[in-house]
Ligand binder design. Structure first.
Ligand code: NAD
Length: 320
């Protein structure tokens, strides 16, 4: 039986990932500071602990796992990473986790490690035009991420690739672009735009309005969680090390995303744009490399994914 270690599995993406690995028949150990918030884990072993603690990391990396998925990070949506208030924590916490994980895995002679980097590593100067952002993989340099979260991710992806070159580890590095779906943060200050907007719409009274941060002209693309899990596993088992974008190329403005969610809800609501953290002006995944190297494309449209997400969040709101 193949064995996988999933780090950060109390969180959104890694929880879905551990479920998929269990469905595939893997023995799975999951690790996080906390259990998943909205669901039970499927993992054979769920260890609660702090990956900043080297002794703890050594204790969970106690065998030669076939696959290690490192998704633990101190992160959140725009309200967490773009205000500047959490910069020192974000950089210290995530760097420590990655340093510890690589060292423990190398000592155990583990080969395959997946690392989740982010579209936040891309330079701000290529993302000033909302209608024409550039996020092809090679455009990461000269580096100029717009957040300390992005700088830490860029440093760590280089560290994973350095361990591949020097220490016998086979790292696989993805740059995720806005992953969303059911079972993600929606009301704890760490939620991203799709979940935040679904929550606002679900709470709003018919005939009222919802607030949207910024002028709403800023653009993004969003990848549904099931597609993200597919691409993550496919990359990890491939011979391509990355870094590679895992995202959708279906770019939309934030106001149009809000309108889509309002339409799905069936409510009569207007949009009020208010000042707020909004990140870069435009961002879209560029999937040329992943299509070529892994023959992978997203399968869920934004509308299909948002509908599933809105249904889940409106049920959460109703059950409060
Ligand atoms: P998440 O916040 O839901 O999950 C991250 C998990 O890491 C959390 O459950 C958290 O408790 C855990 N963690 C943090 N510090 C820890 C520590 N010291 N010890 C043990 N566990 C710790 O985030 P997510 O959306 O599931 O994202 C997973 C990964 O993908 C992260 O590395 C994130 O930076 C990256 N990423 C996500 C997105 C996205 O759109 N969700 C986009 C780009 C990159």
């Amino acid at each position: 039986m193949k064995k996988a270690l999933v780090l950060g599995a109390g969180g959104f993406i890694a929880h879905h990932l551990q479920r998929r690995l269990k469905e595939e028949g893997y023995w799975v150990r999951s690790v996080d500071l906390k259990y998943p918030r909205f669901d039970d884990t499927d993992s054979d072993d769920f260890v609660v602990g702090d990956l900043r603690d080297k002794n703890f990391v050594d204790s969970v990396v106690d065998r030669r796992f076939d696959e290690v998925y490192q998704l633990a990070a101190d992160m959140g949506g725009a309200g967490y990473i773009f205000t500047g208030e959490n910069d020192a924590d974000v950089m210290t916490n995530s760097s420590l986790i990655n340093l510890n994980v690589l060292d423990s895995c190398q000592k155990r002679n583990i080969k395959r490690i997946f690392y989740s980097s982010s579209a936040c590593i891309y330079p701000e100067y290529n993302q000033l035009d909302p209608n024409n952002p550039k996020c092809s993989e090679e455009s990461a340099y000269p580096a100029a991420p717009d957040s300390e979260y992005g700088w830490e991710k860029l440093f760590s992806e280089r560290m994973y690739l350095a361990y591949s070159r020097n220490k016998g580890i086979e790292s696989r590095v993805a740059r995720y672009h806005n992953i969303y779906g059911p079972l993600g943060s929606w009301n704890d200050g760490k939620e991203k735009a799709p979940a935040a907007l679904c929550r606002k719409v679900a709470f709003a009274d018919d005939g009222g309005f919802i607030e949207v941060w910024g002028d709403g002209v800023q653009t993004r693309s969003f990848l549904y969680i099931d597609d993200c899990v597919d691409a993550t596993i496919k990359l990890t088992r491939s011979e391509f090390e990355g870094p590679v974008n895992i995202g959708s190329e279906e770019m939309i403005s934030i106001n149009n995303l809000a309108k889509l969610i309002i339409e799905i809800s069936g409510k009569d609501l207007s949009i009020k744009n208010i000042p707020g953290p909004e990140g870069v002006r435009g961002r879209n995944s560029d999937n040329k490399i992943i299509e070529k190297e892994l023959n992978w494309k997203p399968t869920f449209s934004l509308e299909e994914g948002v509908k599933k997400t809105y249904d889940w969040i409106s049920n959460q709101v109703k059950s409060q």
